[in-house]
Design a protein around this ligand. Structure first.
Ligand code: ADP
Ligand code: MG
Length: 402
């Protein structure tokens, strides 16, 4: 990627605006906001530490939740500033406004190595509208710009894209670099066999990814609700399972394409079915799925079955590179998480390069306690999918060329 990197910048004594992804899951505990997964904050530490060690004045910008262009208390980044303070063991001055007098005053008093976090950029309507005036107000606060918010790089917003028009140099941070390294460079020429596991709720969300990966994958293993649409395309009864009826033709097209390209395209051979998709609702194995025997009338497929797990484990065991996106079942309900956990364990056992992309798949791997067994886990949901599709992300495209 022919873009400036953090190490290319002369940062000492400079005010460096850094867009980070601090959009972390939280919950209310005793009337306070508690961060339930700090992965995204931790992943931004290499960039923040580098800037501090090299004498920059670091100005962090981030979004949090969906306040829709106006201040909303519960979407304040204040708790994140406090949390970051404990992580870096250095004060993090919190700026109660994103632009204007308040941050200007704070930044004027920063010393080399100091850090400030600006209030949620989405408290201003100009952020998501990518309004040039708002972008310019942000840019005025600093001298240089670094984008380390991979999870927001697929959005052309003021703090991710527009701002680059108003600063001298814009570079990618270390996290951004790492995401591109794995999701783009490593997968451009993956070590073979290259096995892709695709699950999740919709074929339509993943269609671009399926088509792009069809060019490189040796096998594609399908799970999740997506499998239902493929089954329907093959005439397998799917009962009351979640399906995209208007995507059945598309599913058929993909099956044909796989045949033409010689890609092993595997659908589940059995499933766990239930009458209600809720905790406590009993599940049972369907037995072998065929064009005449599938999901029972009124029942829904909610997980892959044991035979499918074994089949997929064998594929994974042969792989040199594995990419996984999308849980293979309704993993939020423990009784229907078995298949997803088995896949995570197979990846953990594998000696292959294992790359996980997509919000819920990452949650599943983390919940299974297997995150540290994977080669790379992306912090981006939508952004990782778009990068896998081979799309140009606005937040990367806007950075200065080398
Ligand atoms: P990711 O965020 O990893 O890209 P998706 O958002 O595409 O994954 O899909 C995750 C969702 O898919 C989960 O909420 C899960 O419950 C749902 N899901 C998986 N399998 C099924 C199924 N068989 N029926 C209904 N929903 C499913
Ligand atoms: Mg998701």
């Amino acid at each position: 990627m022919n873009k400036l990197r953090l190490r290319d910048l002369e940062v000492r004594g400079k005010r460096v605006l850094v867009r980070v992804d601090f959009n972390v899951p939280t919950e209310e505990r005793d009337g306070r906001t508690a961060i339930t997964d700090d992965t995204r904050i931790r992943e931004s530490l290499p960039t923040i530490s580098y800037l501090r060690e090299n004498g920059a004045k670091t100005i962090l910008m981030a979004h949090f939740g969906r306040p829709k262009g106006k201040p909303v208390d519960k979407y304040s980044l204040r708790p994140v500033a406090d949390y970051l303070h404990t992580l870096i063991d250095h004060p993090v001055a919190f700026s109660h406004d994103t632009i204007g007098k308040i941050p200007e005053e704070i930044i004027a008093h920063l010393n080399e190595g100091d850090v400030t976090l600006l209030e949620n950029v989405r408290f201003h309507p100009g952020e998501e509208a990518n309004d040039p005036a708002f972008a310019e107000s942000l840019a005025k606060l600093g001298d240089l710009y670094v984008n380390d918010a991979f999870g927001a790089a697929h959005r052309a917003h003021a703090s991710t894209a527009g701002i680059t028009k108003f600063v001298k140099q814009s570079a990618m941070g270390f996290l951004m670099e790492k995401e591109i390294q794995y999701l783009s460079h490593e997968l451009a020429k993956p070590a073979k066999p290259f096995v892709v596991i695709l699950g999740g709720s919709k074929v339509s969300d993943k269609i671009g990814v399926i088509k792009a990966l069809m060019e490189k994958a040796d096998s594609i293993l399908i799970g999740g609700a997506m499998a239902n649409t493929f089954w329907k395309a093959q005439g397998v009864p799917i009962g009351a399972s979640r399906v995209e009826a208007d995507k059945v033709d598309l599913a058929r097209e993909i099956l044909d394409l796989a045949k033409k390209k010689g890609v092993r395209f595997l659908l589940p051979v059995d499933a766990i079915e239930t009458q209600k998709v809720e905790a406590g609702s009993p599940g049972r194995n369907t037995g072998r799925v065929t064009p005449t025997h599938g999901i029972s009338d009124g029942w829904q497929a909610v997980d892959i079955g044991h035979a499918t797990v074994t089949l997929y484990e064998d594929e994974i065991a042969k792989a040199k590179t594995v990419l996984w996106n999308g849980p293979v079942g309704v993993f939020e309900i423990p009784a229907f998480a078995t298949g997803t956990i088995a896949i995570a364990e197979a990846l953990a056992r594998s000696k292959a390069t294992t790359i996980i992309g997509g919000g819920d798949s990452v949650t599943a791997v983390t919940q299974a306690g297997l995150a540290d067994k994977m080669t790379f886990i992306s912090t981006g949901g939508g952004a990782s999918l778009e990068l896998l599709e081979g799309k140009e992300l606005p937040g990367i495209a806007a950075l200065s060329d080398r």
